[in-house]
Write a protein that binds this ligand. Structure first.
Ligand code: GTP
Ligand code: MG
Length: 455
């Protein structure tokens, strides 16, 4: 944005010479409608014409950030294209073909060119198109994009926000790699691009364009564009509102989707070294515009429209996400009568709504508690009654048992007494019998004594 503004302002200054200030004032006047601005001329140099340069210096010292998401089947040439675009080796590992689902891998890099620092994040879609059921393949991609918007929104909503040094990971451009089949788009391509078009700037590219003939490629491009239009897929259009780039952008919009070839292999062509792919029948030069659209892609993506992609991401896609999120949270700009509704009013309304809801819930819980207590109380009473009855029954049983045992005891005592009596009688009888026995023995002994004396 800053660079585009600067370019425009510089062009204006160059055109108007010293009259730059007056022209600007007139524009402001126009924009503000009813408010009156007086046009004044300065009698000497003041210095605020250095504002654009201050902006450039500030931007340069801050550095820039740009995030690219590559969506395409495994092995379609995503990593090679990134290496070719940025003329470096990002050293990404090739993805496995047996991923259970689509996994997004983000890797951040810092690149330097002249005195410009670029924080670049490349996001890869590992496993895209590898599953038998591809129905949900777009979901992890949408979730990733939303998660980056959410992180930015959270930072924005903080009381103490530091957007200045916040690492903005929102996706600025999504390169969608189409397989060079020469037929038509796959349903996976259409579904995915449709799901992404309101969230990110989608730039479709035909990958490995060296594998398709010139006439087939021409027809393929037309077919792709008509399928995108008939399915309502909105791809990113290079902007034509800025007159400095309007012409080139309009021409390039007519070449979409770009048919690209990627290679990091350097080949000597005459006295030049170029990046190319060599085949037994010839060489495809990556940067030769009659061989493929790689240069067009690089021009449009990096050299001309990088700032517009960043701006569109913020002003269109993020704005939409933010609006939906804030509306979901209950914030709105106007009340039902279309009168402006301030943030404070929204907050108060939300707070009151919340308090009423809280009160309702509290009452509900209190009633539920009372009900529960009552239920528990009657349950306890019932249990107490049961216990009481059980106790009474046991008490009765105990008394009966005691009575029965006392009777048994009494009868046993009677039996014991009778037994005692019988025992004493038996002892007496025994003693008397023993007495009689002893008497008979003494008589016998006396008789025996007498008999022996006679002898
Ligand atoms: P994953 O990371 O595994 O998903 O693959 P990828 O999409 O990153 O593909 P990668 O760049 O690793 O390239 C896969 C193969 O395709 C390599 O052998 C590349 O040399 C080859 N390749 C890349 N770009 C092109 C191209 O433009 N044309 C042709 N013919 N082959 C290419
Ligand atoms: Mg790769």
């Amino acid at each position: 944005m800053a660079a585009a503004i600067l370019a425009r302002q510089r062009a204006e200054r160059d055109e108007d010479g010293d009259c730059g200030f007056s022209l600007h004032s007139a524009r402001v006047h126009e924009d503000l409608g009813n408010e009156e601005f007086r046009n004044l001329s300065l009698s000497g140099h003041v210095g605020f014409d250095s504002l654009p340069d201050q902006l450039v210096n500030k931007s340069i010292s801050q550095g820039f950030c740009f995030n690219i998401l590559c969506v395409g089947e495994t092995g379609i040439g995503k990593s090679t294209m990134m290496d070719t675009l940025f003329n470096t080796s990002f050293e990404g590992e090739a993805a496995s073909h047996s991923e259970p689902g689509v996994r997004l891998k983000a890797q951040a890099y810092e690149l330097h060119e002249s005195n410009v620092r670029l924080k670049l994040t490349l996001v890869d879609t590992a496993g895209f198109g590898d599953q038998i059921n591809k129905e949900d393949s777009y979901k992890p991609i949408v979730e990733y994009i939303d998660a980056q918007f959410e992180a930015y929104l959270q930072e924005e909503l903080k009381i103490k926000r530091s957007l200045f040094n916040f690492h903005d990971t929102r996706v600025h451009a999504c390169l969608y790699f189409i397989a060079p089949t020469g037929h038509s788009l796959k349903s996976l391509d259409l579904v995915t691009m449709k799901k992404l078009d309101s969230k990110v700037n989608v730039i479709p590219v035909i990958a490995k364009a060296d594998t398709i003939s010139k006439s087939e490629l021409h027809k393929f491009k037309i077919k792709i564009m008509s399928e995108l239009v008939s399915n309502g897929v909105q791809i990113y259009q290079f902007p034509t509102d800025d007159e400095t780039v309007a012409e080139i952008n309009a021409t390039m919009n007519g070449h979409l989707p770009f048919a690209v070839v990627g290679s990091t292999e350097e080949v000597k062509m005459g006295n030049k070294t170029v990046r190319a792919r060599q085949y037994p029948w010839g060489t495809v030069q990556v940067e030769n515009e009659s061989h493929c659209d790689f240069v067009k892609l690089r021009e449009m993506l990096i050299r001309v429209n990088m700032e517009d992609l960043r701006e569109q991401t913020h002003a269109r896609h993020y704005e939409l996400y933010r609006r939906c999120k804030l509306e979901e949270m209950g914030f709105k700009d106007t009340d039902p009568d279309s009168k402006p509704f301030s943030l404070q009013e929204t907050y108060e309304a939300k707070r009151n709504e919340h308090l009423v809801e809280l009160q309702r819930k509290e009452d509900e819980m209190r009633q539920m508690f009372v009900q529960r207590v009552k239920e528990k109380e009657s349950e306890l009473k019932e249990a107490e009654k049961d216990l009481h009855e059980k106790f009474e029954k046991l008490k009765r049983q105990h008394a009966e048992e005691k009575k029965r045992l006392e009777e048994v005891k009494a009868s046993l005592e009677e039996e014991m007494a009778a037994f005692g009596k019988r025992k004493t009688a038996a002892q007496l009888l025994q003693q008397s019998q023993a007495g009689q026995g002893a008497g008979a023995q003494t008589i016998k002994k006396d008789k025996d004594k007498k008999n022996s004396s006679f002898l």
